[in-house]
Structure formats: structure tokens, C-alpha cells
Design a protein around this ligand. Structure first.
Ligand SMILES: [Zn+2]
Length: 69
């Protein structure tokens, strides 16, 4: 018997976390297709993309920490 998952059409897991930048609720998306983990916060636009295999940071954006332009 195969379990059917009609509502999840993409292999993506979302974990609720706390934003390391502002402390609000943020989301961690596990993009298994790309082997990436994307952490993003809607409250402060914090964004962090890391490689799931090597833990290398692909892209990081933290408003406030790097606010000086
Ligand atoms: Zn935040």
C-alpha cells in the first residue's frame, strides 16, 4: 500500500524556527531537490541559504546587521 499525499506536490519541508536576527517567527525550508536549506524571516527580511550537504553558506542577508551601505 502506497500512502498518497494529495496536498504536498513538492518534496519540501518547512520548519518553524526563531529568526536569529530579530527573534520573530521564521521559516526554514528544506529544498530537497536542490539540496539547500533556506531560512527566511518575513518580519525583518532575514535570508540565509545554506547547502544541506556541505553546510556552506550560499547566500545570506540580514538587515540590521549589515545595514551600513
Ligand atoms: Zn527576523
Amino acid at each position: 500500500m502506497q500512502p498518497t499525499t494529495p496536498f504536498t506536490f513538492k518534496p519540501m519541508n518547512i520548519t518553524q524556527i526563531f529568526c536569529p536576527n530579530c527573534g520573530s517567527h521564521a521559516e526554514r525550508h528544506h529544498l530537497e531537490e536542490d539540496g539547500l536549506i533556506r531560512t527566511q524571516c518575513h518580519a525583518c527580511d532575514y535570508l540565509m541559504i545554506t547547502c544541506d550537504k556541505t553546510n556552506r553558506v550560499i547566500e545570506a542577508y540580514a538587515p540590521g546587521l549589515y545595514a551600513n551601505k
